[in-house]
Design a protein around this ligand. Sequence first.
Ligand SMILES: Nc1ncnc2c1ncn2[C@@H]1O[C@H](COP(=O)(O)OP(=O)(O)OP(=O)(O)O)[C@@H](O)[C@H]1O
Ligand SMILES: [Mg+2]
Length: 574
Amino acid sequence: MSIKRDFYKRLSFIVMISAVIISAVAIVAERNIVLDDMKDKGDSIARMLSAVARDSMLTHDYVTMERYVMEAVNDKNIESLRIIRSDGEILAEAATKRRATAENYRLQYPIAMGESSLGTIDISFSMERVNSISKRIIISAVIFIAFVHGFALIVNNIIINKLIIIPVRSLMQATKSLRDGSLRNRIEIRSENEFGELASAFNDMAATLESNFEEIKAKQKEIFTEKGKFEAIVKSLADGLFVTNSDGLIVSFNRAAEMITGYGEKETIGLHCEDVFKTRLCEDACALHNEDKTISAKESEIITKGGKRRVVSVSSAIIRDRDGRVLGGVQTFRDITEEKHRQAMLCQAEKLAAIGHLSAGLAHEINNPIGNVVGYAKLLLRDASLNEKQRERLDIISEQAEKAGGIVQGLLNYSRRQESKMERTFINGAVESVVKVVSLQAEKSNIKIGVDLKDVPAVKADQRQMEQVLFNIILNAVQAIGSDGSVLIRTDETDDGFVEVRIEDTGPGIPEEHIHKIFDPFFTTKPVNKGTGLGLSVCMGIIREHKGFIEVESEYGKGSAFIIKLPVMEDENA
Ligand SMILES: Nc1ncnc2c1ncn2[C@@H]1O[C@H](COP(=O)(O)OP(=O)(O)OP(=O)(O)O)[C@@H](O)[C@H]1O
Ligand SMILES: [Mg+2]
């Protein structure tokens, strides 16, 4: 409800109540005055009639009595008049012709003679005059109310409007425009009353707000510039970076972090870092978990979106506000998987080189005596005088010596003392010829050998040695499966200029504790006489000589994948 209507309503109510009270008081007061007047008048008429009645009764002059009664009843206030003798007989009676009112005032006055009463004067006064005065008062009150209402309307429209409505409206308007952001608006001060003071206080407040807002805007601009610089730095960082809040939830995730983890920034924001990396990275890196210790280049690991495990080097620090309250942590991490791999390869290569050197010397020394043992055994076998038993024993000597010779040959292969014939080779051809040979044996054990060969460029390689490598690896896969399973050989070209051969099997996989040893010479899990443990180390030696890489991916219980990478032959793609 508007102030105007509210004021009008209240004023009307007050006016009405006061008019009713004043009217009631006036009516009662007026009535009492009239009644007193009537009483006085009645008393004097009654006194006069009492004297006339007494004389008339004594003189039996009833005509005079009647005349007086008639004259008295002419008074407009008297409704009826009777003179009653003490025995109850009415001696004279008169009534006005006016209509008798329901309400009247009666007066009885004695006709006394000394101590005894001769009769009574009974006068009945009409209340008409009193009622008409009351009516007049009520009409005046109604006119007064109407007048006050009219006055209130004018007061409302002119005074309230000027004093209250207009200042309040301009204050409201200014407040709304302040709310909508126009801080420059001020209120025109039109009076010196409370509204004037309010308007001036409002103007002061708006001025303070305006200057504060300008200051905030300048600071905001500064912050945006700094933020922009910070974001540019974070974005251009080669290391992955993510910022967490005090609950460990990610609030920022840079581009390098996206590249390393495979997760987009939008996917990670709001998640707990442990939910994203699913490894001990957060425990290792998150400053919040490390009781505020700054972590520097700690080795940890993450699992990428694609499910790959990556080794990372993490550093972290806690972020605090001016009062020392923890706001969150900032973590940087670098993918060192390749580095670690290269280190391991280097280590392996050094180890293999040492073993190779030793093996080469050893093989060379053993090769000649073994050659002699085989040669002499074969020579003896030509002797016709030998009996069956002797012949059998010589066969065993020759067979075992040949086997020893095979091992020595393997060692020689491994140490690469043999010449390689490097020529333009298509790896798909090598795969097909090996698969043809191994398939026969594999089919017997219900092992399916499948191929998925892309049109890959040629490599510079020794075709025979490539076949030897593929044969070793595919045979290992078939042997690992035992029965019922499959081997899939895929070739493809990588973006970094290699031809890749991937041999995947559905075998049991390689336990984690073995995976670093399988390329070591003589490491085998096969029973004695079943494997020499030289297969993979020979493969490694050959591939290394071809300037390629050989890697293994395996999870125990989930099969294995051997990956060979050979550089595309120069000028091949030109
Ligand atoms: N596909 C595979 N699945 C499971 N384990 C494998 C696989 N390939 C190799 N291995 C493991 O690696 C070991 C070493 O293999 P490597 O070829 O060097 O020697 P070997 O096969 O044991 O002996 P050899 O090759 O002389 O017959 C194997 O004994 C086996 O434990
Ligand atoms: Mg083998």
